[in-house]
Structure formats: structure tokens, C-alpha cells
Design a protein around this ligand. Structure first.
Ligand code: URA
Ligand code: SF4
Length: 205
């Protein structure tokens, strides 16, 4: 079969579905057009035995440069929230719904663009494979893109945040994206809500 992109990630999945095989196969994914302009695939990271899987939107500028999820400003909010909710980093597998950075160039800057529905769909095989490999107890869904990928497009984060909903053998708890905390007019209130949702996720495990 000719691998010409835009057919989704499924045809790039390796035969063995452990995390190491998945990560190396994902490095060569051309399942949608995002691989063309981004620097690299940013795959999930964390122990296979993690009880928590956290799913963000997509790598940002820093993640694209460094090759690791949540190492920029949003990651600092996330780390603080996890620590304050008593969720240990060693118990967390961290990933994104979409594994390449989507942006539009503006001068020297690269402006984050929300991934499209078809990019989210194209990338879902990697996320499903990560779920199958890690088998987390609790999936923390960070924002609308991750919710769209995992819980369907009718799920509303604003309405159901902090609630435990079934997701395969796991329970999912949705919250706002840590970047939304940074953008909120009242950052303290937004952070407090975010933390409360992480605490709810911690109680579910
Ligand atoms: N935002 C995300 O959704 N994921 C990252 O890895 C970084 C920022
Ligand atoms: Fe493949 Fe996902 Fe990257 Fe698209 S965003 S090329 S589907 S890894």
C-alpha cells in the first residue's frame, strides 16, 4: 500500500503494541499533514504501570522543539496542579490527542492553531494504542480537543468537568486545559477550578 498521508495513523502502527515500539513507529507517522511543518512527533511519556493517563491537546512550540509533552508554560501549571492534588509524577503517563504541533508562522513566531476534527481523528489510533498499553485507572481529559477525541463531540467539558465517566475499563475525568488557566481573566479562580477537578480525579483512583 502506498502511504501518502491523510489516511490516518492506523497504517503506521507497529506489529508490537508496547510503548517503545509505538514511540518509534510514531516518529515516522505521516497519517495527516501536520508532520510536514512540525519538527518531530511528540509521543506520550511516563511509566507503563501509571494509574493516571493525562491527555492534552497537542504539543506547543516548546514541546515541538524539545520533543517532550508539557514542558512549556502549560506544563508548569499542570505540574503544580498535580503536585497540589497529590498525584505523583511517577504515577502519570502524559500524552496528547494530536502528536504534532499545528501552527501558522507569523514572522519568526509560530502561532498555535487548534487541530481540526480530521487531524484529531487521524491521530486517534496512537492515543487508543497508548490507552491499551498503559491501561490506566483514570484518564484525565485536559480540554475540549482531548474530550472530542476520547468522549465524542457531544461531550461538553464546561458542563461535565470533574465528573467520573466510563471510558473503556477506565474512568475519565475532564477538566479545562491548563493553557485556559493561563488565558483566563481571573487566573486564580480558573486555577482553583482546575485543581478541584484534578482532586476529583485523584479521589476516583
Ligand atoms: N499543550 C498541550 O495540550 N500539550 C502539550 O504537550 C503542551 C501544551
Ligand atoms: Fe501522525 Fe498524529 Fe502526527 Fe498526524 S498528528 S502525522 S496522525 S502523529
Amino acid at each position: 500500500m502506498v502511504k501518502d498521508g491523510n489516511n490516518g495513523a492506523a497504517e503506521f502502527l507497529p506489529d508490537r503494541l508496547d510503548l517503545d515500539s509505538l514511540r518509534s513507529a510514531a516518529a515516522c507517522c505521516e497519517g495527516c499533514d501536520l508532520y510536514r511543518n512540525a519538527t518531530r512527533t511528540v509521543f506520550g511519556e511516563g511509566p507503563q504501570q501509571a494509574r493516571f493517563m493525562l491527555v492534552g491537546e497537542q504539543p506547543g512550540d516548546q514541546e515541538d522543539r524539545q520533543g517532550h509533552p508539557f514542558v512549556g508554560p502549560a506544563g508548569r501549571i499542570l505540574d503544580k496542579g498535580l503536585q497540589e492534588a497529590g498525584i505523583e509524577r511517577g504515577d502519570v503517563y502524559l500524552t496528547n490527542a494530536v502528536k504534532h504541533f499545528s501552527f501558522t508562522p507569523r514572522g519568526k513566531r509560530r502561532i498555535h492553531q487548534k487541530p481540526t476534527a480530521s487531524e484529531i481523528d487521524a491521530c486517534r489510533p496512537w492515543l487508543n494504542a497508548e490507552l491499551a498499553a498503559v491501561r490506566p485507572e483514570v484518564v484525565v481529559v485536559l480540554g475540549a480537543t482531548a474530550a472530542r477525541s476520547l468522549l465524542g463531540r457531544s461531550f461538553k467539558v464546561t458542563r461535565h468537568r470533574g465528573e467520573a465517566v466510563p471510558l473503556g475499563d477506565a474512568l475519565a475525568v475532564a477538566t479545562i486545559h491548563p493553557s485556559a488557566v493561563l488565558r483566563a481573566p481571573d487566573r486564580d479562580a480558573a486555577y482553583a477550578g482546575f485543581l478541584a477537578d484534578l482532586q476529583a480525579a485523584a479521589r476516583v483512583a
